[in-house]
Design a binder for this molecule. Structure first.
Ligand code: HSE
Length: 438
């Protein structure tokens, strides 16, 4: 049998402890599958004394993950610290420079420095595996990079943040407040250390940036992503969506268009009957549309210790099985130096349907004025719903909900600005994009 593969784990939080536990509990199966043992020989974490429910007895402790990356007797450095700079970036770079394979779950790091790190890994002839960085336990990286070689991707979109999907699902199913659902997601260990990263869409954006590079062979361009989170989604939106046959999901979407590649993260209306609308709770899903395969939808657990550990252990096992000359190829599908520049499509030219919810004075001429603003901007309406809201502060109010046929972002923004200027609104307008989904 080949020599044991020696692992060093940096970061022993929920995911790090789960990885160590899986490597211990599944040692016999992994040895048979990989043809060699996988042994944790080094660990690094800030607090040595914390009980993590795993015995790291045989492993050497390092207070400094960079020192572990450079000096430990390891073949694979597993980075589970998190963050796009600081210790995580320094130790991953040090491990690659030292010629060690790296496995990371760190989407923020890859979204910012992935291409540079991939160049170093490819120069050094080592693997940089990151399956856990996107959609937790779903094997989407391997699927896109390996199983779909030769396919040209037209669109990739998905539910990439378990916390947001958990919040939206419970708000819809139980009528709970946003805050109560977020608190539960944090208690269950789904949310990021700073949950604004989840709810404002940054975590989804990091994952989308990586998928975009894999999908289109372009350099990672996380800064070019249009971003809107879910913190302004209300029960009124969720109920209105339901009435009109839609469900609200936070989607990350990357799409090839005539003017370039769109990358956007925003709350999205998807048809209630679509497959992606059935993805509930912390579950993630990624839909990929290509010229050869057609449409593929992968769904599964996207957050939490075990889901992430499953992907990390899969990446470690790939390294254990790899032999020189039999690796999975470049980190982002094409050699890092050959990734094409990212050509950004402007958000204002995005074409699609829109949901527009307006709270207006209930008086003569208001609806006519709204309809005129839509017509003036060539916006065709697919459906219109209105409800009387009663009286607030002596003012009778109505909610008007419009669903448009395909139009452009620029037209909708201009029409809604016009409606706002007309002075009929009693609250901020709400605009949510509709995504075509099967
Ligand atoms: N906070 C992330 C989520 C964890 O909720 O999906 C996995 O990246």
């Amino acid at each position: 049998m080949a020599e044991a593969l020696r692992i060093g784990i940096a970061g022993l939080g929920t995911v790090g402890a789960s990885v160590a536990r899986v490597l211990r509990d599944k040692a016999a199966e992994l040895t048979r599958q990989c043809g060699r043992e996988i042994v944790v020989t080094a660990v690094s974490a800030r607090d040595r004394s914390r009980d993590r429910g795993v015995d790291f007895g045989g492993a050497k402790w390092f207070d400094d993950p960079v020192e572990m990356a450079e000096k430990a007797d390891i073949d694979v450095f597993v980075e589970l610290i998190g963050g796009d700079e600081g210790a995580a970036r320094a130790c991953v770079r040090a491990a690659l420079d030292a010629g060690r394979h790296v496995v990371t779950a760190n989407k923020a790091l890859l979204a910012k420095h992935g291409v540079t790190l991939a160049e170093v890994a490819e120069k050094k002839g080592v693997l940089l595996n990151y399956e856990a960085a996107v959609a937790g336990g779903i094997p989407v990286i391997k699927t896109m990079r390996e199983a779909m070689a030769g396919n040209s991707v037209n669109r990739v979109f998905g539910i990439l943040n378990g916390t947001c999907n958990y919040i939206l699902t419970r708000m819809e199913a139980e009528g709970l407040t946003f805050e109560a659902c977020l608190a539960d997601a944090q208690r269950l260990g789904y949310a990021e250390a700073d949950p604004t990263f989840d709810i404002e869409g940054n975590d989804t954006a990091h994952k989308l940036a990586i998928l975009t590079s894999l999908a289109f062979g372009t350099k990672i361009a996380a800064d070019a992503i249009y971003l809107e989170g879910i913190s302004n989604i209300t029960q009124a939106d969720i109920r209105a969506a339901g009435e009109l046959g839609y469900r609200i999901k936070l989607l990350g979407v990357a799409q090839r268009t005539e003017s370039g590649i769109e990358q956007r993260v925003h709350p999205t209306m998807v048809p209630t009957a679509s497959v992606i609308a059935q993805v509930h709770g912390v579950t993630n899903a990624v839909a990929i549309e290509t010229d050869i395969l057609g449409e593929l939808l992968l769904s599964g657990p996207g957050a939490g210790g075990n889901a992430t550990a499953s992907a990390v252990v899969g990446d470690i096992a790939d390294i254990a099985k790899s032999r020189p000359g039999f690796q999975h190829g470049p980190v982002f599908g094409y050699p890092a130096k050959e990734l094409k520049p990212y050509k950004k499509a402007q958000m204002r030219s995005h074409a699609g349907g829109y949901f527009i919810r307006l709270t207006v004075h209930d008086r003569i001429g208001v609806f006519a004025a709204i309809a005129k603003r839509m017509a003036d901007n060539d916006i065709s309406l697919e459906s219109i719903v209105q409800h009387a809201n009663g009286t607030e502060g002596g003012v009778a109010q109505k909610t008007v909900i419009l669903v448009t046929h395909e139009t452009t972002e620029a037209a909708v923004r201009k029409a809604v600005d016009g409606v706002t200027k007309d002075g009929h609104l009693t609250d901020k307008p709400q605009v949510i994009r509709i995504e075509r989904a099967g």
